[in-house]
Design a protein around this ligand. Structure first.
Ligand SMILES: CC(C)(COP(=O)(O)OP(=O)(O)OC[C@H]1O[C@@H](n2cnc3c(N)ncnc32)[C@H](O)[C@@H]1OP(=O)(O)O)[C@@H](O)C(=O)NCCC(=O)NCCS
Length: 196
């Protein structure tokens, strides 16, 4: 999928060392929930994505360089027996520090939300961040997600201890209703659609 100047695509084996190098930088890692990433596990997990029915994580390229990772996992919401399954998607992202502050995460988030609603038929997309992660909260708000929870000291941070967390969500009908407001820099409808 193209989102402005950003290309979102599946990771290949040739990408994995570069992805690992910026995924594990301290300035990136300090905002992630998983703070210890084994290189072999990392490689195995990325190579499994193309065959997964529930994970659609991707890499972002700008001018041929890898600049970000986007995470998209199909999940179940909460509910009683009989609940339709696989109707929610959780998204996330991280940007290579040299490429930050240029709208990359915003483009990735737009692509992930579009992939979930326009191509995977998801009903509700969710995301979470530490409340101190102001840039990430802004990215989620710019893509049209609603802050649904401010959890007071609900989140553990390895350096800071118990801190506040935010959760965000957007429904398919809200995404559809906002379509008229999307201009350049938002995803076009074409993509390699693995669901068909
Ligand atoms: C957080 C992160 C994803 C942002 O990526 P990015 O490509 O720089 O984000 P964008 O440029 O698309 O947008 C960032 C927005 O936050 C704003 N912002 C950044 N720092 C800010 C701050 N300290 N206070 C207020 N707004 C801030 C920017 O101005 C921009 O908003 P705007 O477009 O309205 O001006 C990136 O820094 C990163 O990967 N951090 C480490 C990993 C991480 O935190 N991942 C998310 C986990 S929830």
């Amino acid at each position: 999928m193209r989102v402005g100047s950003i290309l979102l695509r599946e990771a290949t084996a040739a990408d994995i060392d570069t992805l690992y190098s910026f995924r594990t930088l301290p300035e990136v890692n300090r905002w992630m929930l998983r703070t210890s990433v084994d290189p072999d596990t990392f490689r195995r997990e990325w190579l499994a994505v193309p065959d997964s029915e529930t994970e659609f994580s991707c890499v972002a390229e700008a001018d041929g360089e890898l600049v970000a990772i986007g995470f998209l996992d199909i999940e179940d919401g909460m509910g009683q027996p009989g609940m339709p399954t696989g109707t929610e998607a959780g998204i996330g992202y991280l940007v290579r520090p040299e490429a930050s502050g240029r709208g990359v995460a915003s483009a990735v988030a737009r692509g992930l939300v579009s992939a979930a609603f326009d191509h995977l038929g998801i009903r509700r997309v969710t995301a979470g961040c530490y409340a101190d992660n102001v840039a990430s909260a802004r990215v989620l708000e710019k893509v049209g997600m609603r802050r649904e929870q401010h959890g007071v000291q609900d989140s553990w941070h390895a350096e800071l201890g118990w801190v506040d967390g935010y959760t965000y969500a957007i429904l398919a009908e809200e995404w559809a209703a906002s379509a008229a407001n999307r201009g350049p820099g938002w995803p076009a409808s074409e993509m390699d659609d693995r669901t068909t």
